[in-house]
Design a protein around this ligand. Structure first.
Ligand code: PRP
Length: 193
């Protein structure tokens, strides 16, 4: 069975497991204080958010529910940020306090599109919590109520972030080693599924 060794895949660890877990607990405490008695619905976009969502949920002791969206890009021709829903919410968010949970905001175009879509469903409130933020890549201005960490503009993987669907399971966040990230975008270890 092939095993991915972090030492050959990661050139530099940016955030340790302990740093991430501590920050997630802080975010959970802040969210719990702000949403006490509001029973929010936490909405995540698959797939990168699953690790963060799972840990964040356990850091929020107040009543809340969760739901997920799944999207795919239409591709460059359709215009930046244009997404197609693969899976819609199973919950009506009309009149609910919605906290949109993201693993990463880069350009912000995906989030911009999804927030517009959710706003049209008349939630009582709509705010964003992202664990990772790359503000230097932002193309649209977005209100981010909770931000875990700002990251530099480098190719990072781990804690939900992938390269060709790999490395999401790493408990820390690190910079992908140059030998893995080849110029043509093909992983040196071969194609992922
Ligand atoms: C990531 C992330 C956001 C989006 C942010 O998802 O979860 O949804 O990219 O990018 P943007 O701010 O430039 O629009 P990705 O497409 O990598 O899918 P994944 O969650 O399945 O990894």
């Amino acid at each position: 069975m092939p095993v991915q060794s972090p030492s050959t895949v990661i050139s530099e660890v940016l955030l340790t497991e302990q740093q991430i877990q501590r920050r997630v607990r802080e975010l959970g405490a802040a969210i719990s204080a702000d949403y006490v008695d509001l029973e929010p619905v936490l909405v995540g976009v698959l797939r990168g958010v699953v690790l963060f969502m799972a840990d964040l949920m356990r850091a929020i002791p107040i009543p809340f529910s969760i739901d997920f969206l799944s999207i795919t890009s239409y591709g460059a021709q359709a215009g930046p940020g244009q997404v197609r829903l693969l899976k819609d919410l199973e919950t009506s968010i009309e009149g609910r306090h919605v906290l949109f949970v993201e693993d990463m905001v880069d350009t912000g175009l995906t989030l911009h599109t999804l927030l517009r879509m959710l706003r049209a469903r008349d939630p009582a409130s709509l705010h964003v919590c992202t664990l990772f933020d790359k503000p230097r890549l932002r193309l649209v201005k977005l209100p981010l109520r909770y931000v875990g960490f700002e990251l530099p503009d480098r190719y990072v993987v781990g804690y939900g972030l992938d390269y060709r669907q790999r490395y999401r399971n790493l408990p820390f966040v690190g910079v992908l080693a140059a030998q893995v990230l080849l110029p043509n975008g093909v992983g040196a270890e071969g194609e992922s599924s």
